[in-house]
Design a protein around this ligand. Sequence first.
Ligand code: SF4
Ligand code: MG
Length: 313
Amino acid sequence: NHLKKYFPITKGLLNRTVGHVKAVDDISITLKPGETFGLVGESGSGKSTVGRTILRLTDKTDGEIKFKGQDIHKLSPSELRTIRPKMQLIFQDPYSSLNPRVRVGDAIGEALLDHGLASKGEVRDQVLEVLASCGLSSYHIDRFPHEFSGGQRQRIGIARALVLNPELIIADEPVSALDVSIQAQIINLFSKLQETRNLTYLFISHDLSVVEHLCSRIGVMYLGSMVETASRDELFRNPLHPYTKALLSAVPIPIPKLKRDRIVLKGDIPSPANPPSGCKFHTRCPFAVDICKQQVPEFREVGSQHHVACHLV
Ligand code: SF4
Ligand code: MG
């Protein structure tokens, strides 16, 4: 609720604060149990910071984050330890988070022992079970991370998160580093695991065609702000924010008669340290009018569970 995360910009020997990067600037999202919410936007829009702040891997600046009613930024270290296994993060490149000298089975089993979720005698069976549910086998358990392809490494990353029996998975660009053919396999794995394990996903991606297959609701972020949220079907059928329209117009669609006019955005995303006044998108918006430079558009409900922040909608 109203989550904000500002990073200070410091200068000089005494680290004087001279400004802030408003990475996340007043964002509210509700995830329902068992759903997949897709968080979409260009790099630098603040998506990853939202994910990391939810997991309390970084402190928030303002707002509150509740997990099953508990404000996780108010928990004591021991309460946080109990809740940690329930919320897991999956990274874009699991290789960078896997110790190259630790065998895959040990890397996965370590977490179980750390959290006291299994005894030494039980670990191997539990690791084998979770590997199997991720499409891997005993063949993989005693090998090292470098022996695997990108897709297999991502399966290992998923297995390592799942072994703790989480309820919420935050997946940050989990297929962006993979070949397209492998992407589909991993996305299917995410769907299958959701059904069998009743998982809730916050799925972060810069690519709308990736979230399309997996997500029931989608939120579009731009420069730290949410510009549009809607159900997947509504967002793809009736996108209202010019930024969402631009992102969608870049997605190849299989039905040519639905062809959308391509909206090409000018320039790069501005710096979040010095965001444009009014609507932050006005410097790139093909529809901008005078008021856009002066007034911040309100994030309003414009249809059933469809919210948009744009003066023209
Ligand atoms: Fe474009 Fe103005 Fe709408 Fe912002 S408020 S998206 S600049 S039309
Ligand atoms: Mg990111």
